[in-house]
Design a protein around this ligand. Structure first.
Ligand SMILES: [Zn+2]
Length: 213
């Protein structure tokens, strides 16, 4: 399947998307990180991609990630136009509009996997750890608080990089569980084996992803 993907010139078509299993979709994400970190960039034909874009879209996966400028999702996975749905919000939290976007991406647009992608050195996690309250940030950072509390119990209160990065991983797991708890659609698709929900923490300094199953 990865060879078939790498041989694409234009965009992913409906047949390709529908023939993928959820674990093959995750395999494509992992191979994307490998290409991205080993300079084997899959240069696809821009004019062909745009021609295909006019016909529709059949992305293989959806990624819920942070807004951080050092975590550019398409670059991380060496993805082209039409490959991925990308939903971004500070701290990669499962707020209602984000959940709805993932419901659309999977149930209505056929994506086979959802990746919740946190990252190292996350400012939203740092803000939640410090108990920052300001404007709309208060509600958003409140969604990270369960991860902050769980991590502090485990490692203590000190806001060093290692503890904050640990909190990012705990927050990814929390978001994965929120998707299942808050969305009957996503939980149902996962239970039927039609999609997989996985997590990862992107390392902004190395370009690698640490996977969380
Ligand atoms: Zn972040």
């Amino acid at each position: 399947m990865q060879e078939k993907y790498r041989a694409l010139d234009g965009a992913i078509g409906a047949d390709f998307q529908q023939s993928l299993t959820p674990s093959e979709a995750i395999g494509l994400l992992k191979d994307g990180v490998r290409r991205s970190t080993s300079n084997e960039i899959n240069g696809r034909h821009r004019a062909r991609l745009m021609e295909d874009a006019a016909e529709g879209q059949h992305p293989y996966a959806a990624v819920l990630s942070c807004i951080d400028s050092r975590a550019p999702v398409e670059q991380i996975f060496d993805a082209a136009s039409g490959d991925l749905f990308v939903a971004r919000v500070a701290g990669n939290v499962a707020s209602p509009d984000l959940i709805a976007s993932l419901e659309y991406a999977t149930k209505y647009a056929g994506s086979k996997a959802i990746l919740v992608l946190g990252h190292t050195r996350c400012g939203a996690v740092k803000g939640a750890w410090a108990g920052l309250q300001d404007g709309h940030l208060t509600e958003l950072l409140g969604r990270i608080q369960p991860a902050v509390e769980a991590t502090k119990l485990e490692v203590g209160e000190e806001d060093n990089l290692s503890n904050l990065d640990r909190c990012s991983a705990v927050n990814v797991k929390g978001t994965m569980n929120e998707l299942r708890d808050q969305s009957a659609i996503l939980a149902g698709l996962e239970a039927e084996g039609k999609i997989a929900i996985v997590g990862g923490v992107y390392n902004v300094a190395t370009g690698e992803v640490e996977w969380i199953d």
